[in-house]
Design a protein around this ligand. Structure first.
Ligand code: DC
Length: 225
């Protein structure tokens, strides 16, 4: 029997930072499902397909195979038809396309089996939008991690500035609000807090505090080895 931890929440809430750290501490495999949606989105961008072409996107899904692997450092690598696309998926363009195309049932269906299979065969800490509500409704522990849009925009702004990129704070916050709306209001597997999820608002919390809060929940529900 394997344990699974689901961490859902809006863009920029810090899910992946937190999840990576916790997974390392407790020896679970970290599964970043957003990266899977981003890999599919990259395929559509490369093919010159518009995110609104729902029929064409649904047809193309049979030509797309997304797989995951972990390198020597334990970092997740995502493959698109056997090409490692990990270095190409972290752009705003890919993020927006991922949000648009994740609303299409065929895209979600293409990834669901792989996500469930991973949880069936190992202890996983999986993050995304619909993990606790849809992908792993019986997860051992569910966390809903959020922060105000201003705080999420500020974190993103600082990250971009650190990389030496020019950016506009107001535009970043608008993009975040728009992405929230798209992810929360789509018809299929929308982002929402599962009834049995622990709610954490990290607006006034540091990374270590959030990690400790999740580990405390883990210690309550999953007996440490
Ligand atoms: O977490 P992220 O920014 O890498 O995710 C990119 C987009 O993928 C997000 O805006 C919505 C979609 N997504 C989803 O619909 N379901 C998931 N489980 C993960 C991501």
């Amino acid at each position: 029997m394997y344990y699974s931890i689901a961490i859902d929440g809006p863009a920029g809430a810090g899910k992946s930072t937190i999840a990576k750290e916790i997974a390392k501490k407790i020896g679970f495999i970290y599964v970043d499902t957003g990266a899977m949606y981003r890999a599919i989105a990259l395929y559509f961008i490369r093919e010159g397909i518009d995110g609104q072409e729902r029929e064409r996107i649904s047809e193309e899904c049979s030509r797309i195979r997304v797989t995951l692997d972990y390198n020597e450092e334990g970092k997740q690598q995502v493959y698109l038809n056997d090409e490692n696309v990990t270095p190409f998926i972290r752009t705003e363009e890919v993020g927006k396309m991922a949000s648009a195309t994740a609303a299409i049932p065929a895209v979600r269906a293409a990834l669901l089996d792989l996500q469930r299979e991973m949880a069936r065969t190992s202890n996983v800490l999986m993050d995304g939008r619909d993990i606790g509500t849809h992908v792993l409704p019986d997860a051992s522990l569910k966390i809903y991690l959020t922060a105000s849009s201003a705080v999420r925009a500020r974190r993103r702004y600082d990250e971009l500035r650190e990389r030496g990129e020019t950016c506009d704070f107001y535009q970043i916050e608008q993009d975040i609000i728009q992405r929230d709306q798209a992810d929360m209001n789509r018809a299929i597997a929308p982002l929402r807090q599962a009834e049995d999820a622990v709610y954490i608002d990290s607006s006034d919390m540091g990374i270590d505090e959030v990690v400790s809060a999740v580990i405390a929940e883990y210690n309550k529900v999953i007996l440490p080895e």
